[in-house]
Design a protein around this ligand. Structure first.
Ligand code: ADP
Length: 353
């Protein structure tokens, strides 16, 4: 009986062991699938290699996004793995000229079991911001150094001058240069205030009020250049936002219209409701903007004609301020222009519900 029992139990016991093993295997397989799903959901590519450099696991993240890019990234991985297997971290970046242009960082690090882990990350946005920041600092230094340098030269010239007429001419130039430096500093402060301020204030603002305030700011320069500002009586329209930012944006647009117009011409200003947006439009009959520059004029420090901008005391920051204000108010700014005929800038801000 005992033997019979044992004999009967034997096969039963074997199949239980097999079942147990199957359960273990299923659990292991499920864990592996979970690990793979988790790896696939990472925003970077990951490759795990064993101590011989053989790939153990890799995720499906295709960072390069193109066949040619994949080849270059794989070459970088193959180059870095031996260093990581020798116990040292290493990094490289792969530039893809696109479009779209991409910068991909590949990093390999040793693992304690003798293998290595490689990560592949798209750092295009980060390196673009780095480049913008470096450019920005270079541009600021230039914008401030030029008038300050001129001031120093003029001051030296005045110190040696005995002719009162020349002294007077030089001092007028000094005042101009001091104004230039002050305007650059004001615009930089305004831009950084608007960039940092975001959409903090959301008060009801009357379109007519902000337009009125902005026009008043430009009256003196318009008069000086004999430009007639023609303001349509705006309808009773309200937007939500920061009154100071909106006045700043509109006065930059009006200032430009005045600056880039021929003396004696008209600047036309209006506000109207179109598809739920208040369209503030500023039209001039000035020099206009070549179509190749239209995409770039909203960049900081970009000027179509540097010499003319210098003559008119421009900093190249006005339209960057306008674009920021538009974005902060969930609106946008559009431009239509023809060289030699004039330009129309339209700041579009959602009407208050
Ligand atoms: P700036 O201080 O030089 O005027 P902005 O950022 O306000 O800088 O404008 C960028 C450039 O766009 C200007 O230098 C000018 O070349 C061009 N621009 C802007 N507004 C006008 C306009 N109304 N007519 C012609 N050109 C314009």
């Amino acid at each position: 009986m005992g033997l019979l029992q044992r004999r009967r139990q034997q096969p039963v016991g074997d199949s239980a062991a097999i079942d147990d093993a199957r359960v273990d295997l299923d659990a292991a397989r499920r864990e592996l699938i979970r690990a793979q799903v988790a790896l696939d959901s990472l925003p970077l590519g990951v490759v795990l290699v064993d101590h011989r450099g053989v790939v153990v696991i890799r995720n499906a993240r295709n960072v390069a996004g193109s066949g040619h890019g994949d080849v270059l990234v794989q070459e970088a991985i193959d180059r870095l793995v031996p260093t990581a297997l020798a116990g040292r971290e290493s990094h490289t970046s792969v530039e893809l000229y696109g479009p779209p242009k991409k910068v991909i960082q590949v990093s390999a690090a040793p693992l304690s079991d003798g293998g290595a882990i490689v990560s592949v990350e798209d750092i295009s946005e980060r390196s673009r911001l780095d480049a913008v920041r470096t450019d920005f600092v270079a541009n600021i230094s230039h914008e401030l150094k030029t008038p300050v340098g001129a001031l120093a030269v003029l001051a030296e010239a005045i110190a040696d001058e005995t002719d009162i007429d020349v002294v007077q001419r030089l001092s007028v130039k000094m005042v101009d240069e001091a104004h230039r430096a002050a305007t650059a500093i004001d615009d930089l402060l305004e831009l950084s205030r608007i960039e940092l301020g975001g959409t903090a204030v959301s008060d009801p603002v009357q379109a007519a009020d902000v337009l009125g305030d902005a026009v008043v700011r430009s009256l003196a320069s318009a008069e000086q250049r004999n430009i007639h500002i023609d303001l349509d009586e705006p309808a009773a329209l309200t937007v939500r936002g920061d009154r100071r930012q909106l006045v700043s944006a509109l006065s930059n647009l009006i200032d430009n219209a005045v600056k880039y117009s021929e003396p004696g011409s008209d600047v036309h200003i209006a506000a109207e409701l179109v598809d739920g947006l208040v369209n503030f439009s500023i039209s001039d009959h000035g020099v206009g903007i070549p179509s190749r520059d239209l995409d770039r004029i909203f960049e900081r420090f970009y000027r179509v004609d540097r010499a003319r901008s210098r003559e008119t005391g421009g900093t190249g920051l006005g339209l960057a301020i306008v674009r920021h204000v538009a974005t902060n108010h969930e609106g946008d700014v559009q431009v239509k222009s023809a060289e030699g005929e004039g330009s129309t800038f339209t700041l579009r801000i959602p009407v208050a519900p």
